[in-house]
Every structure is written in structure tokens, then in C-alpha cells.
Design a protein around this ligand. Structure first.
Ligand code: ATP
Ligand code: MG
Length: 229
């Protein structure tokens, strides 16, 4: 698949003839220098953008041809996004941030609250449920964002530089959480500059200029079905 921006002499091949299969349950790290196309690729996988050419399939369903409305529903129901800058609502508490998507999807307030509290407990923030983001550390905010990303029981969690704004201690907290998700069988695609995240992945892809320069399936990966390499 391809994603191009601009045209003629200004053409940027942000994603250039990439062919990617991610088996269910795999934890993939995508690395590479700034501008090599990591975010562009992630946006294609999550239906935030459409490819210029090629196809995107998620769990047996072609998504690049869906209508805008269907794509929005797919993102809401099936994908969990985690961003570098957290993207929490500043005026909502931690638990309100986590339950918001479920409420918007029509879930009952009581169920949404119960599930949000469970998720906050899972990310180790049960005692911070009523804090506003401004009263949380960076690592705690990102863990709230991860709890939010899990609220729709996503087919895949897509994270773009999730530790990019975090100090070392907070990075370790978030890493531990991703490791737990990996062990629990959550399919994960994490764009990162941090070699420590790559170390908890099943597979590390290095991108250069929109293409894959390397694609390593790490030893000891037990969750992969189909042809590894
Ligand atoms: N909306 C856009 N319009 C034009 N060019 C774009 C657009 N978005 C990205 N690009 C270009 O596409 C290329 C890939 O960008 P992308 O954001 O995917 O890189 P990245 O690997 O995520 O970089 P970083 O590590 O800095 O986040 C870059 O050359 C960038 O300038
Ligand atoms: Mg990027």
C-alpha cells in the first residue's frame, strides 16, 4: 500500500509500497528516523487516513473503502489509539475520560462507569479516578489514555510515540503496561524511538523513506500463527 502527499516535484512517498500483515495477538514496534512514514502508516492502519493506493484490511474486513461514517464507527468500536500528547479532555476526570467513548456509543452510564473503573484499576490508577488530568503526572495521564484506548475492547491498539513526552520513570510504567497487554494477547502496533519498547515487542520493523528496511520476528514469540520467518 502507498500513501503519497503532494504531487509532481513536491511528491512525498510517506508510505511506499508497504506490505504488512499483523497476526492477531502480535505486538509490533515500528522504528525509524523522523519523517520516514511511521505515523502515516499507523494512520492508515487505524482508518484515520486512506491509502493513495492499495488496500487495508482489519480482521477480515476491507476498511479503506468504507464511508466516512463507517470508518468513524470502526475507529470507535474496533481501534484503540494512544498518542504522544495523551489527548485527554482537560475538564474531565480520569474516569470520565475513560468512560466517554462508551457513553457516546450509547452504553448505559452505570455500565460505562463500572468498566472505566475496572480499566483504571488495570492500569494501576484506581485511586486517581476522580483526578483531573492536570493533577496527574505524565505517566499517569498516558496510563489513563491507555485505559481509554482499551475501553472498546479494540481489535488493535495503535500507539504513536506513547512515551515520547515521558521521563524515564514514567516510560518504565508505560512499558510495563504494554508488556502486560502483550502477554494478555492484545494486538499492538507501537511507533517508538525507544529501544526499550522494541525490546518488549514480538516483532520490530525499521522504516526508511516510507519502506521497510528491516522486519524482525523475534525469537521466543509464541503467539504467531501462519508462516513466521
Ligand atoms: N499532511 C501531510 N502533507 C504533506 N506531507 C506530509 C503530511 N503528513 C506527513 N507528510 C510527510 O510524509 C512523510 C512521513 O511523515 P510521518 O509523519 O509519517 O513521519 P514519522 O516517521 O511519523 O516522523 P516523526 O518521527 O517525526 O513523527 C514526511 O516527509 C512528512 O513531511
Ligand atoms: Mg510521527
Amino acid at each position: 500500500m502507498n500513501k503519497w502527499y503532494g504531487r509532481d516535484s513536491g511528491l512525498v512517498r510517506a508510505v511506499d509500497e508497504v506490505d504488512l500483515d499483523v497476526p492477531a495477538g502480535q505486538a509490533v514496534a515500528i522504528m525509524g528516523p523522523s519523517g520516514c512514514g511511521k505515523s502515516s502508516l499507523l494512520h492508515l492502519l487505524g482508518g484515520l487516513q486512506r491509502p493513495s493506493d492499495g488496500e487495508v484490511w482489519l480482521a477480515g474486513r476491507r476498511i479503506d473503502t468504507l464511508s466516512e461514517g463507517a470508518l468513524a464507527r470502526l475507529r470507535r468500536d474496533s481501534v484503540g489509539f494512544v498518542f504522544q500528547s495523551f489527548h485527554l479532555m482537560d475538564e474531565l476526570t480520569a474516569v470520565e475520560n475513560v468512560e466517554l467513548a462508551a457513553l457516546l456509543a450509547g452504553q448505559s452510564p452505570r455500565r460505562a462507569r463500572r468498566r472505566a473503573l475496572e480499566l483504571l484499576d488495570r492500569v494501576g490508577l484506581a485511586d486517581r479516578a476522580t483526578h483531573l488530568p492536570s493533577a496527574l503526572s505524565g505517566g499517569q495521564r498516558q496510563r489513563v489514555a491507555i485505559a481509554r484506548a482499551l475501553s472498546n475492547e479494540p481489535l488493535v491498539v495503535l500507539a504513536d510515540e506513547p512515551t515520547g513526552n515521558l521521563d524515564s520513570a514514567a516510560t518504565v510504567e508505560v512499558l510495563r503496561l504494554f508488556e502486560e497487554l502483550r502477554v494478555a494477547g492484545q494486538t499492538l502496533v507501537v511507533v517508538t524511538h525507544d529501544a526499550r519498547i522494541a525490546a518488549v515487542a514480538d516483532r520490530v520493523i525499521s522504516m526508511r523513506d516510507g519502506s521497510f528496511a528491516d522486519d524482525s520476528w523475534l525469537a521466543g514469540t509464541g503467539t504467531i500463527y501462519g508462516g513466521g520467518r
